[in-house]
Design a protein around this ligand. Structure first.
Ligand code: MN
Length: 294
């Protein structure tokens, strides 16, 4: 059984643009070397938004990324994305945007138009996933992963939705550049579940709601990330109350990580190049999303 090594939680909340009240759980400046290839996690909400009848759609205006992927998982509400490489889409509860920034793009991330009008509960997770050095300057790519694409596997007391990798032979739809497991799990109070993780992969569990006990007696509370040892292949979790969590596992890249703001590369020289390229318009430009005041 894998042992829990430590817990990580947010040191405070901040707004990302005017649409996403986020807690940053980890970044490329703290945990990224221990849990490669994952670079950053923002947990937005849960929060209530009032109906918005103005033409201003809440969210984050045009900004660049290079060198990694952004993965947005919506639990409640609706998110729309549009980027300078031609990618874009709207996702609702259960759905995922897997955006490969790679060589660079600019994008907007906003509330979806229907959610903006209706208001209501908003909850999402955004992960940044590192790219192997040899793919950092690939062309950008956008994958919109809808509910019907994501296999939902019934387990005793819950379900496992396979976003990336495979669970018990059920393959997730996300195309990735290195081996990654990303599973969206629910488990009822009193139930224990085990998960097989490939030997040598990093392994973390992020609890959105509920309470989890680990095989070695540890506790994961809401909005905490449990970081497990990479040795062993069986992760066992017991739900003390109805629990909703993400399991993240991946083969470590073992390459230098140099991040600055929206860029994550392998050297400072590459970061300087990224700023140069962005400032010279080489990451593209875009028209704003319909209805937003950008
Ligand atoms: Mn972004």
């Amino acid at each position: 059984m894998k042992k829990l090594i430590f817990l990580q939680s947010s040191q405070g909340a901040h707004w990302v643009g005017d649409g996403f009240p986020a807690r940053t759980i980890f970044t490329y400046n703290d945990l990224a070397h221990k849990i490669s290839p994952f670079l950053l996690m923002d947990y937005a909400g849960p929060a209530e938004f009032t109906p918005n009848n103005t033409s201003h759609i809440r969210g984050v205006d045009e900004h660049p990324h290079r060198g990694f992927e952004t993965v947005t998982i919506v639990y409640s509400g609706e998110v729309v994305h549009k980027d300078s490489a031609g990618g874009g889409g709207t996702i609702g509860p259960g759905e995922v945007q897997w955006m490969t920034a790679a060589s660079g793009l600019v994008h907007e991330e906003k509330h979806g138009p229907n959610f903006s009008k209706s208001g209501g509960r908003f909850e999402m997770v955004q992960l940044w996933v590192n790219l192997p050095a040899k793919h950092k300057m690939d062309k950008p790519r956008y994958q919109g992963l809808t509910n019907k694409m994501i296999p939902e596997v019934t387990i005793d007391g819950g379900k496992v939705r396979v976003i990336a990798g495979s669970y018990n032979g059920n393959k997730g739809p996300a195309m990735t550049f290195s081996p990654i497991e990303l599973w969206d799990v629910t488990l009822a109070a009193g139930k224990t579940a085990t998960f097989e993780i490939t030997a040598g992969q990093t392994c973390t569990v992020f609890l959105l709601s509920g309470l989890l006990k680990t095989a070695d007696g540890g506790t994961i509370n809401e909005a905490e990330l449990g970081v497990f040892e990479t040795t062993g292949t069986t992760l066992q979790l017991r739900a003390e109350s109805d629990s909703k969590f993400l399991i993240l596992a991946g083969q470590p890249l073992n390459e230098p990580i140099v991040g600055y703001g929206p860029f994550v590369m392998n050297s400072e020289q590459e970061i300087r190049q990224a700023f140069h390229d962005f400032n010279n318009g080489l990451m593209g430009t875009m028209n704003p999303i319909e209805g937003s005041e950008v």
